[in-house]
Design a protein around this ligand. Structure first.
Ligand code: NAI
Length: 338
């Protein structure tokens, strides 16, 4: 007669069941830099997302601890941890979506560009892994300076012969989340009802909120426009200064990253009308990369929306943004081509 399985067999059995369930439906998502300030709450929120069946958590430190912790949550995604460069390929194989919050954050007095020297190399290595192990995955780049790290990722993929511009997206969602919050405060509305397009890039003057296109349709005084534009452009610095050396935005960033990743997954599933702002390869301006509203679908970025009518204030902002963005893009491209 059949013996009940012993403890270790039981473990194997359950793991096999979990694997089968993971493979049968839902998406496979990897978070690279999962033990960091953004990575941990991002991993937690992805574990709560019903569209995720398998969640791979990769970092160069502490991945096993974060994985053990998150794996106890009673939601359906199966969680696996991967530690160190030698496990990067296993972490990436078979993934549908890769989210990258790996790298150092700002301290007071630093610009995002000050992070370039360290983060450029990290993003390069991770993207080489993606090109090799999951070239068809959608990639969400969070690591700063996003204005340069997305061009770096594109160059790595081009070199590997796997580049598909529809699959590479820089995450500017936090700028939109902040804009929605600050505009809602001024208008006295629930932030969930407010939609502010934010275009350009993700640093200082390249962050360009289009307040003339806010939904619901609203008008602002010149003073309100100055206040809102300044606060949206410097929202990240507001957090860096408040944290006083302990890092930059992590919790609101994790929230924004998951909101954006969820939109990517719903697009992949085939949902209609999924539109979010993102920093992508673009022909909206003469620059090779630009953030604007994009429609997400089964193949990634399926349509890039034009900027729409801009007022004089926004046209002036756009010129300033383009000037700075051009330099940041060039810096990223030359980092790989040099
Ligand atoms: P953190 O320092 O708390 O975490 C970064 C994690 O990346 C650490 O766990 C570290 O071990 C890991 N890491 C370092 N090198 C790695 C490698 N080669 N492979 C895998 N993992 C590696 O930093 P935090 O606060 O989580 O920020 C991460 C990045 O996100 C920073 O570059 C920051 O500037 C950026 N950021 C982007 C925002 C956006 O809106 N796109 C907003 C806020 C931050």
């Amino acid at each position: 007669h059949l013996q009940p399985p012993n403890d270790s067999q039981m473990g194997d059995l359950r793991r096999e069941n979990c694997r089968a369930k993971g493979a049968s439906g839902g998406f496979r998502v990897a978070v690279l830099g999962a033990a960091g300030g953004i990575g941990q709450p991002l991993a937690m929120l992805m574990k709560m997302n019903p569209l995720v069946s398998v969640l791979h958590l990769y970092d160069v430190v502490n991945a096993p601890g974060v994985t053990a912790d998150i794996s106890h949550m009673d939601t359906s995604a199966v969680v696996r941890g991967f530690l160190g460069q030698q496990q990067l390929e296993d972490a990436l194989t078979g993934m549908d979506l890769v989210i990258i919050p790996a790298g150092v954050p700002r301290k007071p007095g630093m610009t995002r560009d000050d992070l370039f020297n360290i983060n450029a190399g990290i993003v390069k290595t991770l993207c080489e892994g993606i090109a090799k192990c999951c070239p068809k995955a959608i990639v969400n780049v969070i690591s700063n300076p996003v204005n340069s790290t997305v061009p770096i990722a594109a160059e790595v993929f081009k070199k590997a012969g796997t580049y598909d511009p529809k699959l590479l997206l820089g995450v500017t969602m936090l700028d939109v989340v902040r804009a929605n919050t600050f505009v809602a405060e001024v208008l006295g509305l629930d932030p969930r009802e407010v939609d502010v397009p934010v275009v350009g890039g993700h640093a200082g003057v390249t962050i360009l909120p289009l307040l003339s296109q806010v939904k619901p349709s609203s008008s602002f005084t010149p003073k309100e426009i100055d206040y809102l534009t300044d606060r949206i452009q410097n929202g990240g610095t507001e957090v860096v200064e408040a944290k006083a050396g302990a890092g930059s935005a992590t919790l609101s960033m994790a929230y924004a990253a998951v909101k954006f990743a969820d939109a990517c997954l719903r697009g992949l599933r085939g949902d209609a009308g999924i539109v979010q702002c993102a920093y992508v390869a673009s022909e909206v301006t003469e620059l090779p990369f630009f953030a604007s509203k994009v429609r997400l679908g089964r193949t990634g970025v399926e349509e890039i929306h034009p900027l729409g009518p801009l007022n004089e204030y926004e046209r002036a902002g756009l010129e300033k943004a383009k000037k700075e963005l051009a330099g940041s893009i060039q810096k990223g491209v030359s980092f790989i081509r040099k």
